[in-house]
Design a protein around this ligand. Structure first.
Ligand SMILES: [Zn+2]
Length: 498
């Protein structure tokens, strides 16, 4: 039997024990040997939080697609193989058998639905884990922003620069010699109130303003420029305004004058009536969007736009539609008992992670106590006159820094250790509460919930054909099976006594 092995490590994993590529490879090779698999190829990805591409994952997929004689993937754990649901779907389409060696699980097209279901949950958590990693990366960017450093690619009119300061690379923005004066001109032009955006675009082009690709800077780009506070010295990052350390191109007064002109133009618009479920549904007959209208000033009806002209589907009242949609939510509903069982099995799966975190926390706490004791002793020595003030201050600063680092690490562990599990639990919670919640909500809230669990849904006259998002599809599939199972209790016992 021929097999491939896949191993992956991210920058954050590398700090942890047992996550290294050699460790993964060793485990997989031993497993292959024991099971008489012949390893025909190895695919290894080393990732960083910034570089998200996974070249070898893609190569592996290509390899398995082309080589019909190999259809076994050996991988350490779920979160090594997938980072998100796209990966999950790609692998799912391969018709390969996956051996999750550490989790002692083998998945194939023939797997039982409950195995797939738990697997889906784990994939979901692997994804959230990655989200958490990129959050870590953006934390670093936020720190930069707080120091006044724009943490991204320079906007037009500026260039990214770097200089060496005390052995550290310092990045900063510098006004572009040619483009900065042009940007200033655009602001001055628009501030007069006599130029439309289109005219400003033309002027910019005539004066030589070009985008990164050498093309014309268009209307929406100019609008963005004229709205961007970075040119007078502040910048927006993740919705927060920071005061930048870069050289401004325009004055704050000029910026304000331009904003006043924009604001004066934004007259309140006639608000168009919004319908809750439009955008959620497509016509099952012709594939056009489902739209809505009001009849007799109070009844909302949904129907196909019939843009293709071939459709003869009928109208449906909003109340009736909402009622039908409720059955889609009901399908993912799980009762309290089942929720409890799944929660327990999730907790079991992650007890290993928790063990690791507990050991680390213990170690850090020992270090913390040690440092605190030394600090206390040094303080007493100072009181007794055994050490002088300056010596003590140096000592205390140094130790306090170390102590703060430890406290930060402890805090990180506390926040991260149950992050993984918490997200899985939230999904379970949602499935447990979704249906009763739906019944209490208004149409707009209901539509929001539906958008969360459905990726698509077609309406054929009065019947609905939903496509669930992952992992809700697993819930929906699994629950439709319970209908013909004899007793719920025996079903639970059978499926979830892991
Ligand atoms: Zn239609």
């Amino acid at each position: 039997m021929k097999a491939v092995i896949y191993a992956r490590v991210s920058s954050k994993d590398q700090e942890k024990e047992g996550y290294s590529i050699p460790a993964q490879k060793k485990l997989l090779k031993e497993y292959a040997h024991k099971n008489n698999f012949k390893i025909v190829k190895e695919f290894i990805d080393v990732e960083t939080a910034k570089k998200s591409g996974r070249e070898n994952f893609g190569l592996m997929v290509d390899f398995l697609k082309n080589d019909k004689t190999t259809n076994i993937i050996l991988v350490e754990k779920t979160d090594r193989l997938y980072r998100n649901f796209t990966d999950y779907i790609i692998i799912d389409e391969l018709y390969a058998t996956i051996h999750l060696v550490k989790e002692n699980e083998i998945l194939s097209k023939k797997s039982k639905s409950h195995t797939k279901f738990i697997h889906g949950i784990k994939v979901l958590m692997a994804k959230n884990y990655i989200d958490n990693l990129s959050e870590e990366a953006s934390k670093g960017m936020r720190e930069k922003a707080e120091q006044g450093i724009y943490p991204s690619c320079a906007p037009i009119g500026y260039v990214n620069c770097a200089k060496n300061a005390n052995g550290r690379t310092l990045r900063y923005l510098k006004p572009d010699k040619i483009k900065a004066p042009l940007i200033n001109n655009l602001f001055e032009l628009y501030a007069t109130g006599n130029y439309s955006l289109s005219l400003v675009v033309e002027r910019g082009y005539n004066e030589g303003l070009r985008n990164r690709n050498g093309g014309k800077v268009g209307k929406s780009a100019i609008h963005k420029i004229l709205r961007n506070p970075i040119y007078y010295g502040e910048f927006r990052w993740n919705g927060v305004i920071y005061s930048g350390s870069h050289t401004p191109i325009i004055t704050k007064e000029l910026f304000k004058a331009v904003q006043d002109i924009f604001n004066a133009q934004n007259k309140p618009k006639q608000t168009k009536r919004q319908f809750a479920y439009t955008g959620l549904l497509v016509c099952g007959q012709c594939g056009c969007a489902i739209t809505a209208e009001i009849k007799k000033n109070k009844y909302v009806y949904y129907h196909c736009t019939k843009f293709k002209g071939t459709c003869n589907s009928s109208y449906i009242r909003e109340e009736i539609l909402a009622d039908k949609l409720s059955t889609l939510v009901k399908r993912i509903n799980i009762n309290n008992k089942m929720a409890e069982l799944i929660k327990n099995s999730l907790a079991k799966h992650h007890s290993a992670d928790i063990k690791f975190h507990t050991a680390k926390t213990k170690g850090l706490n020992i270090q913390k106590t040690k440092l605190e004791n030394r600090l206390r002793k040094a303080y007493l020595d100072k009181l007794d006159g055994k050490t002088d003030e300056e010596f003590y201050n140096n000592f205390a600063n140094n130790y306090n820094d170390k102590l703060n680092q430890i406290k930060q690490s402890l805090e990180d562990i506390k926040n991260n250790s149950d992050y993984y599990l918490k997200n899985g639990l939230q999904i379970i919670e949602l499935c447990n509460k979704a249906y009763p919640l739906y019944l209490q909500q208004n149409h707009f809230e209901r539509a929001q919930l539906l958008r969360y669990i459905l990726s698509n849904c077609s309406l054929n006259d009065v019947s609905l054909c939903p496509i669930y998002r992952k992992p809700f599809d697993l819930f929906a599939k699994r629950l439709s099976r319970t209908n013909w199972l004899p007793r719920e209790d025996s079903y639970l016992q059978d499926k979830f006594d892991l």
